[in-house]
Design a protein around this ligand. Structure first.
Ligand code: G3P
Length: 214
């Protein structure tokens, strides 16, 4: 399973990059807005830190302008993946970019039929939003399972990028179900390391070692 960090915060990306387990970065317009900086500047800086796919989202809602934005975004760095919303225009733009060998991440996916459309358009990644489905009383993880089945039925190569991850259980369950990628906030990524038995066990090993070597 690949791990992407879902943030525009350079400090977080820099720290997580040192852990050796971050494969890529996803951003969205809200995350970029929270930095108070221009998307282009943030993405440029991320590309200097992480050598892996970096999703940058278009703002336009019509195909023609999505493609114009995509053209500018791909100039920033070779690792840029164009993030497009799951709309009719977004899917049409995805098909065009796929045909022109540009990687895409189709976002705001909330149903397996939507994921099927993205795969038909040749999307590199599909981003089902688990947490936002859970928030409204639906089952985000059931969507991951459905998409895995649909893609495996037809041999689609579009990678399932579990997004809107809120806690470590989301990561565990998405990995059980065969999601290809999990993108998560810094705090969730960090929390994956934690287990009280690891901490207590290490403390005991170290104190036993010290006692024996007095
Ligand atoms: O980047 C897309 C997604 O991960 C957003 O998550 O927490 O805003 O639902 P969230």
């Amino acid at each position: 399973m690949q791990f992407f960090i879902d943030t525009g915060d350079i400090k977080e990306i820099t720290e997580a990059s040192k852990w050796g387990i971050v494969d890529g970065v996803t951003t969205n317009p809200s995350l970029i807005a929270s930095t108070g900086r221009k998307q282009e500047d943030v993405i440029k800086e991320i590309a200097q830190i992480i050598d892996g796919p970096i999703s940058a989202e278009v703002i336009a809602t019509d195909k023609e302008n999505m493609l114009k934005e995509a053209q500018e975004l791909v100039k920033i760095h070779e690792n840029i993946v164009i993030k497009l919303p799951l709309t009719m225009d977004g899917i049409a733009a995805c098909k065009f970019l796929t045909d022109n060998n540009i990687k895409t991440n189709v976002t705001l996916c909330f149903s397996s039929n939507q994921a099927l459309l993205a795969a038909k358009a040749g999307a590199t990644y599909i981003s089902p939003f688990i947490g936002r489905l859970d928030d409204i009383g639906h089952d985000g993880m059931a969507l991951i399972e459905e998409i895995r089945n649909v893609y495996d039925n037809y041999g689609y190569m579009t990678e399932i990028l579990a997004a809107s991850i809120r806690h470590p259980t989301h990561v565990r369950d998405a990995s059980f179900l065969g999601a290809d990628v999990a993108t998560m906030p810094f705090k969730v990524l960090k929390s994956l390391y934690a287990h009280p038995l690891t901490e207590n066990g290490l403390e005991k090993f170290l104190s036993d070692h010290q006692k024996a070597n007095k």
